[in-house]
Design a protein around this ligand. Structure first.
Ligand SMILES: Cc1ncc(COP(=O)(O)O)c(C=O)c1O
Length: 433
């Protein structure tokens, strides 16, 4: 029997997360205070989960995953399978290139975001907090945190970029069914939100504004903490579960990837799959390349500058060294809304700066990427998130290039989410009646 699914038994669920920081050739540039105004570090210290802030600055290579979080991971369906994309290979006529994909779409809320949401909810509950506050763009992070909060018996408050809040009504219902309070951002709930609404009562919002609103609210409410779903080191550490499982899965089929591909907005799913492999590359234990697939609407790694910048519009965060388009940049709307962020995670940015990570950006009309999602659906049978279609597009393009050059190449794509709540995006972009 030719089984395309490569699974790990429950006992092999990793017991530690991986932190690449101590293995970097150069120390990661630390966060900085801006010149004027109140201390942003103190603000975050008061507003965020202490265990997460500890991980943020940690130089420990391995960070133990508490038993309670491993149980939550299993509840949420981990370990997740790796698939060999034989049907897609046949469709593309590949003889030399082999394609694999990691199944983060098999998630209760539809994406990889659950990996860090569960960890953050668990640590917040341990620290005696009662409410998790956050922002969301695509809605996947808000859904994941609503789910994690509910499993841990916590409240959840989500500030959701208004433009997306309005069209993703099914995802809104999803979060509300889990008991979350969901605000369209900018909202009247915060000073920052009110400022934007005064200037434009129909303001469509942005991720940067939603972050600012969430931070303000979490800081004002006793027993609330602010949770971020991407960019920061602790998020990428908690997402390393993806790559750690994938390394073991490749061993089971006696194969090795030459190229890891993932879509990238802030960098959490890409970092999750890539960093455990990148750590082995840096130690000389394997050879592998890394490609981040982006939108031309937010090509932070492709066109951004490597410099210190804020993580949000209201400048409440410390300055982080990142490839950035500028924290006030307006970005055109796209259906893969999760890819619309102005900067890439500091850990990914440093690897890009050192030449280990490469990036490609696809046109903002999204025709090419949505077509890749259709090909994937028709051949592999799984409907993926619009964001993940960027990874599949890049994976297919790289496989075809290798084939043309008669080069043997093993490519692993990360499927960051499913598309069951994104049918409208496909209907629109693929002109389906
Ligand atoms: C399904 C999916 N993939 C990818 C992303 C991009 O985020 P990140 O770069 O942090 O993985 C998002 C963000 O919302 C998402 O929902």
């Amino acid at each position: 029997m030719k089984a395309n699914q490569i699974v790990l038994p429950l006992e092999e669920l990793p017991k530690n997360w991986y932190n690449i920081a101590p293995d970097l050739p150069e120390q990661l540039p630390p966060p900085k205070e801006p010149e004027g105004g109140p201390s942003r570090m103190e603000f975050l210290g008061e507003t965020m989960i202490h265990e997460c802030l500890k991980q943020e600055a940690s130089l420990d290579r391995w960070i133990p995953i508490p038993e309670g979080i491993r149980e939550l991971y299993i509840q949420a369906g981990r370990p997740r399978p790796l698939y060999r994309a034989r049907r897609l290979e046949n469709h593309l006529g590949l003889k030399k290139a082999r394609l694999y994909y990691k199944r983060e779409d098999l998630s209760p809320t539809g994406s990889h975001k659950v990996n860090t949401a569960l960890a953050q909810a668990y640590f917040a509950a341990e620290e005696g907090k009662t409410t998790l506050v956050t922002e969301t763009g695509a809605g996947q992070w808000g859904s994941a945190l609503s789910y994690a909060a509910r499993l841990m018996g916590l409240q959840c408050r989500v500030f959701w970029v208004r433009a997306v809040y309005e069209w993703k009504s099914d995802r809104r219902t999803f979060m509300k069914m889990l008991g979350a309070t969901v605000h369209a951002s900018p909202s009247k709930e915060t000073e920052v939100g009110q400022q934007f609404l005064r200037k434009n009562p129909k303001h469509q919002g942005s991720l940067g504004i939603a972050v600012s609103e969430g931070l303000e609210k979490a800081n004002l409410e006793e027993d609330s903490v602010y949770c971020l779903g991407s960019v920061l080191n602790h998020v990428l550490i908690q997402q390393s579960i993806i790559g750690l499982e994938t390394i073991e899965q490749f061993k089971r089929v006696d194969d090795e990837p030459d190229l890891i591909v993932g879509c990238l907005g802030g960098g959490s799913n890409f970092g999750g799959i890539a960093l455990p492999f990148a750590g082995e590359v840096l130690k000389g234990k394997r050879e592998c390349s890394f490609l981040a697939a982006q939108s031309e609407a937010a090509p932070n790694l492709v066109k951004g500058e490597y410099r210190y910048d804020f993580g949000d519009v209201a400048e409440k965060t410390p300055l982080l060294k990142m490839y950035t388009l500028g924290h006030r940049t307006e970005m055109v709307p796209i259906r893969a809304d999760g890819l619309r962020y102005h900067a890439a995670a500091p850990l990914i940015s440093t690897l890009r700066n050192q030449g280990l990570v490469k990036a490609v950006a696809y046109p903002a009309d999204e025709r090419l990427v949505m077509e890749a999602a259709r090909i994937f659906f028709q051949n592999e049978g799984w409907l993926i998130a619009p964001e993940s279609s960027y990874a599949v597009r890049a994976g297919i393009d790289e496989a075809l290039k290798a084939e043309k050059a008669s080069q043997e190449k093993v490519i692993c794509m990360n499927i960051s989410g499913h598309g069951f709540l994104d049918i409208e995006a496909y209907r629109d972009k693929l002109n389906i009646e």
